[in-house]
Design a protein around this ligand. Structure first.
Ligand SMILES: Nc1ncnc2c1ncn2[C@@H]1O[C@H](COP(=O)(O)OP(=O)(O)OP(=O)(O)O)[C@@H](O)[C@H]1O
Ligand SMILES: [Mg+2]
Length: 510
């Protein structure tokens, strides 16, 4: 970047209060033309809140916003769009039952006349998508798109509506490595044209790679803004967390064959390479962590669902603690000691408009500890929730806060607390640290190691290769619904594993 930065956005003295809690406190942020400016901070630091203010979803309690030197009062996301600010949210906001095209023209900018000239719009959108290399099929339904493609739609939509400043809130959290590279290429193209990007990510490697400047937030306040060239990852982590992080290297265990769950030749939708299982055999023993490595969308979701009793295999057998499963039913599995950190915490994990306390005991409503007859012991539940909030460091205003208003990472901690405290025999952890900051991710890992010490068998399914390598006692590679190989977690052969992830078996032949 040149010496002379041309400021396009300045947020000055921004505060946001919820009740008597400040999610943002006197924040100053300046964004220059053509830069990637990263917001870095722990879960709950206030990043999304600040961006929701910028986009007009929230009104600040205090402070001013200047666009190109002129003060603006951003009333709504539509207003923000008219001012040239677009945002891709942490949780996508597309209408699933509509096509890509319909979603993009929603809230149309050319509002002249009642007839929308669809053909002209289509041409314009196609031209834009080609210019930025956003590979998208306009007539597909959003429901049928993978996460990466949905995100490209969101970006295209923002550009179509004239965004000069684009906010990307954790855009890479759910992407595969290749998709992340694609995203970065798009980001570079945008900044080379003078557009500015505010980028939010917890992945240090990415932050170091793509940022021009970085503003660190902690507990709702700005710690500092730095140039990328002036810092390294360790310094950023220290600034963000305000305490030293020790590198975590977990001991790898070898345990005797004593499976909590065992699959033999399980098929599900076996001809579907991306959402099926084809002859899967595997066992998770007591007191070990088995990691499933693989590129997202190779049957991981279905594997977790079979073992959680959500779907029934077409063929093959599943045994839980030596007992053959006849009926696949999630509640029966829970009673059999299966805990599950699900892939999508919004759909399967939490009930958004219930409180933290009620979510923590969601699966325990018949436990005499928390209920007598049809009555819940609310006092006991609340006290329990207070304990869990402390033990799992859930940052919230109190046990009676709606789970929906917690930050993404803190929602994940609620699930983690609930599932680990159920003292399971088997824990299925699907992307357990997705969207978590380094401190919170470490915490989750430590809880998994503790659970292992308590003889829990853990199946770790993660698209984060480093996480699988770091945590697993044994590593299985899944590709197109098949297990491609098994590797020891002690000094795992990284190259062989990555090769297997792309469909190549040991020895290198395809
Ligand atoms: N509508 C709301 N009502 C009450 N509290 C809220 C609301 N929105 C956010 N908060 C609180 O404000 C704090 C900041 O949340 P925010 O979502 O901005 O964090 P974040 O930095 O984006 O975290 P993450 O990395 O986990 O996404 C959190 O403690 C959250 O619980
Ligand atoms: Mg957030």
């Amino acid at each position: 970047m040149e010496e002379q930065l041309k400021e396009i956005l300045r947020m000055e003295g921004i505060s946001k209060r919820f009740g008597n809690f400040y999610a943002n406190k006197n924040i100053n942020l300046s964004i220059a033309e053509g830069e990637v400016h990263t917001l870095l901070g722990e879960n709950g630091a206030g990043k999304s809140t600040l961006m929701n203010i910028l986009i007009g979803l929230y009104q600040p309690t205090d402070g001013k916003i200047f666009l190109k030197g002129k003060e603006v009062h951003i009333e709504s996301p539509d207003h923000a769009a008219r001012l040239g600010i677009g945002m891709v949210h942490q949780h996508f906001m597309l209408v699933k039952a509509m096509t890509v095209f319909e979603n993009i023209i929603l809230g149309e900018k050319h509002s002249k006349g009642i007839f929308i000239n669809r053909e002209a719009r289509r041409r314009e959108i196609i031209e834009l998508s080609e210019r930025y290399g956003l590979d998208i099929e306009l007539d597909k339904l959003i429901t049928d798109l993978a996460v990466g493609a949905q995100q490209r739609v969101e970006i295209l939509k923002a550009l179509y509506h004239g965004a000069e400043l684009l906010v990307l809130d954790e855009p890479s959290a759910a992407l595969t490595d290749t998709e992340v590279e694609g995203l970065f290429a798009i980001m570079r193209k945008l900044t080379s044209e003078g557009k500015s990007i505010i980028f939010i990510s917890h992945k240090m490697r990415e932050v170091l790679h793509i940022s021009d400047r970085i503003t660190i937030l902690r507990l709702g306040e700005v710690v500092t803004t730095v140039n990328r060239g002036d810092v390294d990852g360790q310094q950023l982590a220290d600034l963000m967390i305000g305490r030293e992080l020790k590198p975590s290297h977990y001991e790898k265990k070898e345990v005797p064959y004593d499976p909590v769950v065992e699959l033999k030749s399980v098929d599900f939708n076996k001809d579907n390479k991306h959402n099926g299982l084809n002859g899967v055999s595997l066992a998770v023993n007591k007191g070990e962590i088995v990691g499933i490595a693989g590129v997202d969308g190779n049957g991981q979701t279905q594997l977790a669902q079979v073992i959680a009793g959500v779907i029934t295999p077409d063929q093959g057998s599943v045994a839980m603690n030596g007992k053959q499963i006849q009926i696949f039913d999630p509640n029966a599995f829970i009673n059999d000691g299966v805990a599950h950190i699900p892939e999508d915490r919004n759909l399967q994990g939490l009930v958004g408009d219930m409180t933290v306390a009620d979510n923590l005991v969601l699966k325990e409503t018949e436990n005499p500890r928390f209920s007598s007859g049809i009555f819940l012991k609310q006092g006991v539940i609340n006290q329990y929730a207070k304990d869990m909030i402390q033990k799992y460091d859930i940052r919230c205003q109190g046990y009676d806060q709606d789970v929906r208003s917690l930050s993404g990472g803190n929602q994940q901690k609620v699930i983690l607390a609930r599932e680990i405290e159920s003292e399971p025999d088997l824990l299925i952890a699907v992307h357990p640290t997705r969207g978590l900051d380094i401190g919170a991710a470490d915490f989750v890992h430590e809880q998994m190691i503790k659970a292992r010490a308590d003889n829990v068998g853990i199946l770790l399914i993660s698209a984060d290769f480093d996480e699988v390598i770091e945590m697993s006692d044994r590593i299985l590679v899944i590709f197109e619904g098949q297990i491609m190989g098994e590797f020891s977690g002690k000094n795992p052969p990284i190259e062989e594993i990555s090769l297997a992830m792309t469909g190549n078996k040991k020895g290198g032949q395809a």
